[in-house]
Every structure is written in structure tokens, then in C-alpha cells.
Design a protein around this ligand. Sequence first.
Ligand SMILES: C[S@@+](CC[C@H](N)C(=O)[O-])C[C@H]1O[C@@H](n2cnc3c(N)ncnc32)[C@H](O)[C@@H]1O
Length: 293
Amino acid sequence: MTAGRTGTMQSQIANAPTGPRRGPASGKTRFDDIYDQPDPRAYFRRLAPFQYEIPHHGQQVFRRDRSERGKLPGAAGPVTVLDLCCSYGINAALLNHRLTLAELFAHYTSPAALAMSRAQLVDHDREFYAARRLPDAAPVIGLDTAPNALRYALDVGLLDAAYAENLEHHPPSDELRDAVAETGLITVTGGIGYISHRTFDALLRCAREPLWVSAFVLRTVPYEEVAACLDGHGLTTRTDRRRTYPQRLFTSMAEQRGAVEQVLLAGEDPAELEAEGRYHTRLYQSRPRGTAR
Ligand SMILES: C[S@@+](CC[C@H](N)C(=O)[O-])C[C@H]1O[C@@H](n2cnc3c(N)ncnc32)[C@H](O)[C@@H]1O
């Protein structure tokens, strides 16, 4: 973390929304109160009963993407990853450390962690992550509207830079533009719906390197407009329609009913998926035209 990067983050806090935010899909339970806490303990405590698991599925996919993106002809040095809606740096933790999502849940909900002050937790976690850092760890930068979550991720060393900006409503800062220019891979879990084609358009306008995008998207949330926007920037989007990835248990029958309705309206079949009690996502991968597999 550098002073300049910290300044970047704080200078953009005024851009973060203050009013209620639209959830990714109508009828979906909102967890807004746990997105911007001083540390991630409440986040893991609240989501544990619902078995939130999408960052676990992202871990292998994003590691593989980063490695393949790094083998492109002309690629020099480690690939910089931009994690959108990065929250407390969970995808960065799983990408760059010998850790599983289950271990993060266990750590942040443990009696030992709950007994710590925020300062003690930060000191502890800095060592916790340093001890588990992988030798091929790559730079990760984060974008989120939650400044406290980003502060925690910077403090414990999960993110190399963080931007508390809302590109749905404001253009990117100069600092974020410069960071995107060096980015090779964009990742997203749990964020599509909060962010739309507007955020992607703003980011893609700043790209200088061949940019890959890998996004896990709830089946209740349309992705067509994002894919069309990426196409306009020269990226072809593919998804394997035979495969879904569970995100979490529904919080109530009403939430499940809403999700099943939305899936049906989208022309999809909820049988054996949402009908069984969990939100499911698809993985959309976008690559420069001509290189998509
Ligand atoms: C469901 S959480 C996902 C967090 C993390 N990616 C994960 O999977 O655990 C959604 C995140 O999106 C962030 N968010 C909401 N609106 C946003 C926006 N317009 N731009 C960037 N981030 C936003 C929230 O602050 C929150 O951290």
C-alpha cells in the first residue's frame, strides 16, 4: 500500500452511494449492513448459515485464468487482477494464498477472532495471510463502493490498491484509469446486478492490455447487456450452459419463489437447481475476439 493509493481510495469515498441500493435481483435478501464493516467478521457470521460458496468456485477458475492469461505472447511479468465488488478482499485471499473459503469461514467466525479488537485482528491477519502467501502471488486491485471493507483488505495486505468508486454513477478517477490500463484479468463474484454494463464500459475504455473477464452471474440476473457491452470493446463472451455453480441457500421460501419465477421468466429450468433450495450462477468468460475458445 502506498500513500498515493490510500489517498486515491479516500478521495473517492464521496462518490459512494448513500441511499438504499438496488439488489442484484428483486425479492433477493439484502445484506447491505455487512458489506462495509471495519472487518469481515460480520460478513462471514451472517453468510455462514446460508453456506455462501461462490468465491470457492471462483478460486480455481481465476487461478487458471490468471495463469493462462500470463502465457499470452508478449505478456511480461505477473498478470494484474482487478476484482470487481471485491468487498474485504476474499477473492484476492483465495487467489494468492494457500487457503480455502471454508478456512476463511472458520477463521472469521472462531471464538478467538471474535474476541479480538479490530486492531488485533488486523495484526493477526497480516501474519495469517503472509504465512500462507503463494510464491506466484500476483497483484490484485479492488473496486467496491464500501470504503471500510477496502481499508481492511489494504491493511492486511490482500489488495495492492483499492478504489472506492461507483462507476454506475461517476466516471473513474485518474488513478483507477491508470490501474486498469495495467490490468490483464477482471474477476467478479456476487457483484453482477449491483454493477451493470455501465461499470464495464467505463473500465474497458481504460484498458491498454488484452483484457479477460471472468464473472459468476446469478441465473436470476441478466448478463446480455454486459456481454453486448464487452462485445463492443472487442471481447467475445462464452458460457458453458451445461454447468452451474451454487452461490448460497435461499434465506426463505419467499426468496426461493422469487428466484424460481425469475429463472422461469428467463426461459431457464429451475428443476434440480433453484427448486432444490439454492441460488445458482453461470460462469461467463470474455476474451478478445479471435482468441476465445
Ligand atoms: C454480495 S457482495 C460480494 C462480495 C465478494 N465479491 C464475494 O463474493 O464475497 C457485493 C459487493 O458489491 C459491492 N457493490 C455494490 N454496489 C457496487 C457498485 N456500484 N460498484 C462496486 N461495488 C459495489 C458491495 O459493497 C459488496 O461488497
